[in-house]
Design a protein around this ligand. Structure first.
Ligand code: BTN
Length: 265
């Protein structure tokens, strides 16, 4: 079934209903929203949702599988003028806390966070988050575009073969079929709460991130040439502290960290 804008509107405030647009199909909701923000005046909190994407983007140049009728592909604009870039770069981690809360509140499913931008159930991926920046003419960050993809009602066969041992949907977890509009509404409600809290309420989001981070104590692989170690903690700037096999502590702020047992690693 296609997403119903009418049903979604009945679940959110009048303002948020006005600020959310739906599409049957886009190449990428993030790319669409970034273009829109460059071209026209758009309020903070503006949101783009598509029923499918033909070029869904993930972190580090990867793609995000976005079949029609089963997932949520959503991009949310946040005005971050005046906020230091290093704070803005932490929005992906903040958003992971928000989406985790939304899934828990909407459907009572307790996902965990795989550093830095994924939600997982067990060792499989339920949700990915890609935050991108839009700059003003002076080169300062004006907007962050928070892009969220959630596997909601996918069956195993809805995932490309190479993802079948790495990804899971909420339906595959519980056996239930969920209303995607209800989850989209909850996610946006949580992102509105994030907008009000960012950045002063960092401690609240950080402690929830730490409590629900799935990778602590696990074997980690990172860097090029690859190093390995054990993920020991999330630092106060949301970076991941890894104790290498050589006994050195490395704080990782960006890039990929493979975790043994997750996604076929
Ligand atoms: C990742 O897994 O590395 C991040 C995936 C982010 C996917 C979402 S779907 C909505 C938005 N539009 C995109 O093209 N990507 C994000």
């Amino acid at each position: 079934m296609k997403l119903s804008k009418e049903y979604f509107d009945s679940l959110v405030s009048k303002k948020q209903a006005e600020n959310t647009v739906f599409f049957d199909c886009l190449p990428s909701t993030n790319t669409y929203l970034k273009e829109l923000l460059r071209k026209s005046a758009v309020p903070s909190g503006y949101c783009v949702i598509a029923d499918s994407q033909t070029n869904g983007k993930g972190r580090l140049g990867r793609s995000f599988s976005s079949p029609e009728g089963v997932g949520i592909y959503l991009s949310f604009a946040l005005n971050v003028e005046g906020i230091p870039p290093e704070e803005v770069s932490r929005l992906t981690a903040w958003s992971a806390v928000s989406v985790r809360r939304a899934i828990l509140k909407a459907f009572c499913i307790d996902c965990k966070i795989k550093w830095v931008n994924d939600l997982v159930y067990g060792t499989k991926k339920v949700c990915g988050i890609l935050t991108e920046s839009v700059f003003d003419t002076d080169g300062k960050i004006k907007y962050a575009v928070i892009g969220i993809g959630v596997n909601v009602n996918n069956k195993t066969t809805d995932f490309p073969e190479e993802l079948r041992d790495k990804a899971i949907s909420l339906k595959m977890i519980s056996g239930k079929t969920y209303e995607r509009e209800a989850l989209a509404a909850k996610i946006i409600c949580e992102l509105e709460a994030l907008s009000a809290a960012f950045p002063p309420k960092k401690d609240e989001y950080l402690s929830e991130y730490k409590e629900n981070c799935a990778v602590i104590g696990k074997k980690a692989f990172f860097g090029s040439p690859e190093k390995s170690g054990t993920a020991i903690s999330v630092n106060d700037d949301f970076s991941l502290a890894v104790l290498t096999d050589e006994g050195e502590t490395v704080n990782i702020s960006y890039g990929d960290v493979g975790i043994k047992g997750f996604y076929g690693v």
